[in-house]
Design a binder for this molecule. Structure first.
Ligand SMILES: Cc1ncc(COP(=O)(O)O)c(C=O)c1O
Length: 279
């Protein structure tokens, strides 16, 4: 399979990045993951808008995001299957190791894009719901930037798996923020609630799609902070994310919050699939 690296199509086995790449040395870069449904990148413009914000947030300039459309289409066509995960990573570029970021224009950002299979979450898992644990949010204060520096997320996910759970939910000052690669929703009396957009969550593209679809379907939606206690006392809990889609949660820290996928989560997931052209 070929990947797109710095303007070239190369076989993935031959795609090489310098040991001086600042992404490798400092996690000095940002990324996006896009879900390809029926051969079409879902919510492309929203992903590009967020990528632009992330690039601006870390001061990486000189990347032509419009220019990513040709390699995007070429990689999707080469992949051939209808559903895929498309990954884009942009780092500040290659520069001899020093903390000082090289002045804009003096290095060329490294641009990588690939298309690979989606690991589907089995339908039985979706219908049964997954379990999560809560963990203290020890991430930096600029979580809104989709940085490739994901060590806290990686460790939290590992801790969840160690405990037999599917994922971990970050809690900051008693408030539920988000999961390691998804946003968190709770449902009470048919009203959806999710953490508001602040520096401390990633403004998920799927989060916004869920909000729009839910409002369009007549559900109330609150973008307001909530506590772990409130999470535990919900009618339903679910995660939202590009590859996670809408994933019901039925256990939080070992406490049951539902016996199976809730009606609202199932409805919103069906609407998401419809929006993606699957139904
Ligand atoms: C920390 C975090 N929160 C939320 C999300 C969900 O965002 P999106 O719906 O754009 O995939 C992700 C996605 O990777 C994430 O890493």
């Amino acid at each position: 399979m070929q990947v797109y690296l710095n303007g070239q199509y190369v076989d993935e086995s031959e795609a090489v990045v310098s040991i001086d790449d600042r992404g490798f040395l400092f996690a000095d870069g940002v990324y996006e993951v896009v879900h390809v449904y029926r051969g079409q990148p879902f919510e492309w413009d929203s992903h590009m808008a967020r990528l632009q914000r992330s690039l601006a947030g870390v001061g990486i300039a000189g990347v032509d995001l419009k220019g990513l459309q040709t390699p995007r289409d070429s990689l999707i066509a080469q992949y051939g299957r209808k559903e895929a995960a498309l990954y884009i990573q942009i780092t500040r570029g290659v520069h001899r190791r020093t903390h000082a970021p090289p002045a804009p224009g003096t290095v060329t950002p490294t641009v990588l894009m690939w298309v690979r299979p989606v690991d589907p979450i089995p339908n039985e898992t979706v219908m049964a719901g997954v379990s999560v644990i809560t963990v203290p949010d020890d991430r930096w204060a600029k979580v809104w930037i989709k940085s490739i520096g994901l060590l806290s997320n990686v460790l939290a996910k590992g801790k969840a798996l160690e405990k037999g759970a599917y994922d971990a939910v970050f809690v900051r000052d008693g408030m539920v923020m988000e999961a390691t690669s998804a946003n968190v929703f709770r449902v009470v009396d048919g009203v959806l609630q999710t953490a508001p957009v602040t520096n401390y969550i990633l403004p998920g593209i799927t989060r916004q799609v869920v909000i729009d679809l839910a409002r369009g379907a007549g559900y109330g939606v609150l973008e307001e902070p909530f506590t772990v206690d409130e999470l535990l006392n919900s009618d339903e809990v679910f995660l939202s994310g590009t590859l996670t889609e809408v994933l019901p949660v039925t256990t939080v820290d070992g406490q049951v919050v539902g016996s199976a996928a809730g009606a609202v989560a199932r409805d919103v997931l069906a609407r998401l699939h419809q929006r993606a052209g699957l139904r």
